[in-house]
Design a protein around this ligand. Sequence first.
Ligand SMILES: *[C@@H]1O[C@H](CO)[C@@H](O)[C@H](O)[C@H]1NC(C)=O
Ligand SMILES: *[C@@H]1O[C@H](CO)[C@@H](O)[C@H](O)[C@H]1NC(C)=O
Length: 475
Amino acid sequence: MKLLVLTFILLTAVFIHSINSQQYVVGCYFTNWAQHRHGLGKFLPSHIDPSLCTHLYYAFANVDLANRSPSPFEVNDVKPSPSTAPVIVNDVAKPAVNGRLNGQLKPPIKQPPPMSMYEQFNALKNKNPQMKTLLSLGGASVNSTQFRNAFEPEKTRREFIRNTIKYLRTYKFDGLDLDWEFPETEADRRIFSTLVHDYRLEFQNEAFLTDRPRLLLTAAVAAYRPKIEAGYDVRDVCQYLDYINLMAYDYHGSWNTHIGFNSPLYPRSSEKGDKRLLNQQATVDTWIESGCPGSKLVLGLGTYGRTFELKQKKNADTKPYGASKGAGQAGNFTASKGFLSYYEICDLIKKQKWHTEYDKEQQVPYAYKEGQWVSYDNQESIEKKCHYVASKRLAGAMIWSLDFDDFNGAFCAQGKYPLLTRVKRTLDSLQGPTTPIRIHKTTQATTANCGYSYNYSFFLLSINYIFPIFIYHFI
Ligand SMILES: *[C@@H]1O[C@H](CO)[C@@H](O)[C@H](O)[C@H]1NC(C)=O
Ligand SMILES: *[C@@H]1O[C@H](CO)[C@@H](O)[C@H](O)[C@H]1NC(C)=O
């Protein structure tokens, strides 16, 4: 009898352990301006595949100082507009002739009720109820002055935070992602710590008072060591944030006088001094050494490339640190000099026969032709980086951004979302059922005053250990 009970207990323990084994985070950034690209570049919430993401970020909301609240950048963020109705692919594929489709009378198109982009975005949770949606506040077009004005004076800050909660709840987001690019002075560092702390506290209070799941709090942060040291009290902010999204790209770009990789995993053996900090490994090490738990770090991956024009067209040095004249040509869809989406790069490689190489030392590909040079990521480099995420026991990976991947599958001949799919598959495959129970992590969350985690870990503890011992002794 005792043997039977023991077996039962062991089985229960194994079962509970596997329930507790955590899924890797796959964060996906949606950008509300990619709707303005033409043709196959146009990106709407209906293009998102919710089965590929655990966390979905809406970039960006503005900092509205007058109203002390987040506010929309795009009119259709909050107002339904016909131009953002989900794309009806079949209708596009088969153009109607004189109102007739293949000789038959064209059936009336059933228009879904018009929805704003926020509504469409958050409705994706119906297809993946586990997925969390967060609103990203700020981004490159909101300057530090705006963040300082909104969050330095205590009264303004408190009001802004209260209005943020209203805003997130009204539009059905599950959390907030702070995208201040970047806190850089000592005063900024204090403001950032305070605002992270206050947001977390208010989110907890609101959850307690309204009996709702607590709103999540994340931040997208700098990757370069001197910027990290200047901008963040790492230990403090990591304690109060749920996840820290490392913007582990843009290490080199057309602002340099030489060519270089956008997002290398490792340094080059030839690099010295601060140049050795320009890679993802250095970023992750800096955050961990500064006191951030690796289990909260999410490694950012770029689904785009940075482009350059080589100084010499003939016999150019095409290896990193070769001479550059500036930004490479704009893409046909993204239409900005200096960078290209992954699908545009695929197009150049396939149609224009760009020459490709893979740098084993830094684990990234690059491509070039006739004086144009691009550093980017492909399925191989993305997979390597996901293995790195697992080896460092990080929380997971995120991509910037959904609209730069080959989301239609029209350019790379690798199916839809080749890069994001590789992230998801690789991280899922590294999710062994034997993942050890992370009691340590959940108890750590207790110090951040998180009632939910505390109860949950106590529940697990009791089911796993106390309850079985109890049964065992009484049978
Ligand atoms: C910051 O942005 C605001 C609003 O766009 C603008 O009015 C202001 O001039 C900017 N300040 C700086 C220092 O760039
Ligand atoms: C843009 O399209 C044209 C014509 O289709 C092509 O020749 C050119 O290489 C493309 N440029 C880029 C950067 O994709």
